[in-house]
Each structure stands twice: as structure tokens, then as C-alpha cells.
Design a binder for this molecule. Sequence first.
Ligand SMILES: [Zn+2]
Length: 138
Amino acid sequence: MIIRTYTELMRMDTMTDRYEYLKLGADVGDRTFGSARYFNQRFYSSPEWHRVRNEVIVRDLSCDMAMPEYEIYEKPIVHHLNPITIDDILDDNREKLFDLENLITVSYNTHQAIHFGNSGMLPRLPIERKPGDTCPWK
Ligand SMILES: [Zn+2]
């Protein structure tokens, strides 16, 4: 079992390296049906999740995979590096659900690619930015 950590992710300097580190197999996806869906929605609408989610976005300066020059303009998504399961939610496995080491800010496209990535769904990574063209929060 692969354990991914935020600390290890931050040692990688490029979007490609971070994406390769984060991407999941195509079979690992959120279950979005039946009771699983109900518990998922309940978790993602809980006040505690909202608090932790905000903390992660602030830490990552609202940038894609916390890369300083890749600011996110749409609503940021906070992704679990090691995907959570319904059992994690039911067992209140806080270490996986809320540990900042297991959370990273990503854009919608990057999130899709991490979960369902194939050549057709890869995010279009921005080309090199010019100096000064950086995250507005920095
Ligand atoms: Zn995710």
C-alpha cells in the first residue's frame, strides 16, 4: 500500500512530478451511489470538514497542488492524497479524514486527472509563467 504525504509532495518541484506522485489507478474512485453517497455528502457538508478544508486552501495559497505559480481561479478542491473510503467515514478515522498531511488543494481538472487520469483526461498544465506572474496571495 502506497502512503502519500504532503511533506513528501512538497519536496517535488514540478507539476509533473507532483501529478505523478498523486495520481491514482483508474479503479480507485469515490463511490457515488446508494448509502455511500449519503455518507460522503454528510461528511463533505460537516462543519469540521469545512474548517479543515479552509485551512488547507490557506496553507496552499489556493494554488494547484500547492505550486506557487499555478493559482486556481475556480472553486478549489481539497483532495485526500490517500483516498478515503466509506469505512473511514463510518469509523471516524480522523487521521485519514482530517490530517493536513493527507490533504492538498487542487483544481477541478487536476482532480479529475488524479482520480481518472488517462492521456485524454490529463489537465492542460500551464506553460511556463513569466516572472512576476505569480499567485496573487504571495
Ligand atoms: Zn480526490
